[in-house]
Design a protein around this ligand. Structure first.
Ligand SMILES: NC(=O)c1ccc[n+]([C@@H]2O[C@H](COP(=O)([O-])OP(=O)(O)OC[C@H]3O[C@@H](n4cnc5c(N)ncnc54)[C@H](OP(=O)(O)O)[C@@H]3O)[C@@H](O)[C@H]2O)c1
Length: 178
């Protein structure tokens, strides 16, 4: 079975970006002397799945830094061509989370990195997330795009590990019930 995994940073008040998508508050904390575990996390992931919101933000960066195939889930982009410079690196899909996971599994994919607030919420609601690494940044930004949202029922998590960094980041790894 292909499994879905989350690695995401949030402000202490629960936002992954400001309302306009800005993540300055996160990038300015990016202390290169600290290893926050991303290389180890990504090492065993086969594919990255992100929402259109995350994809549009990444497009504003100078370089495409993903070294894994990226699937962008989007109704809006589904029928658009992928930008020429990203051909072979990115594809668009309008499948549901479960539909995409089934498709990826048929293609031999085993471990999938899920990125983007709305997308994580959707995968969580559908019971598709195996575990989450949540890095909390000690800043309150007051409003923005939330990491978590409304649920039809509670989701129980098991804390696997938690660690703090000299920079003040706190990183917790949670497993979800299978
Ligand atoms: N703090 C962090 O670690 C972190 C990580 C990732 C992203 N970010 C930031 O967060 C922002 C993007 O996150 P976001 O929550 O706004 O958007 P997102 O989850 O990246 O994308 C949401 C969009 O994905 C599409 N979509 C397709 N299937 C979906 C589904 N099943 N459930 C939900 N959405 C689906 C929808 O677009 P269509 O209308 O086209 O279908 C929806 O509007 C950016 O500013 C990015 O920089 C921060």
């Amino acid at each position: 079975m292909a499994t879905a995994h989350v690695f995401i940073a949030t402000s202490l008040d629960g936002f992954i970006a400001r309302s306009d998508g800005d993540i300055d508050w996160l990038l300015q904390r990016d202390d290169q002397s600290e290893d926050h575990g991303y290389p180890a996390f990504i090492a065993d992931k086969d594919v990255i799945v992100m929402g259109r919101g995350s994809y549009e933000k990444v497009l504003t960066f100078d370089a495409w830094f993903y070294d894994r195939p990226v699937v962008v889930l989007s109704q809006q982009l589904a029928d658009s061509p992928v930008p020429e410079e990203l051909e072979g690196k990115v594809r668009f899909s309008s499948l549901t989370p479960a539909g995409l996971m089934e498709e990826l599994e048929r293609q031999g994919v085993r471990r999938v990195y899920i990125d983007g607030g709305q997308l994580v919420q959707s995968f969580l609601r559908d019971g598709l997330v195996a575990d989450m690494v949540i890095t909390t940044v000690p800043v309150l930004i007051g409003s923005g795009r939330p990491l978590f949202g409304a649920l039809a029922q509670d989701i129980e998590l098991k804390l696997v590990t938690s660690r703090c960094f000299p920079s003040g980041l706190v990183q917790s790894t949670y497993q979800l019930a299978p």
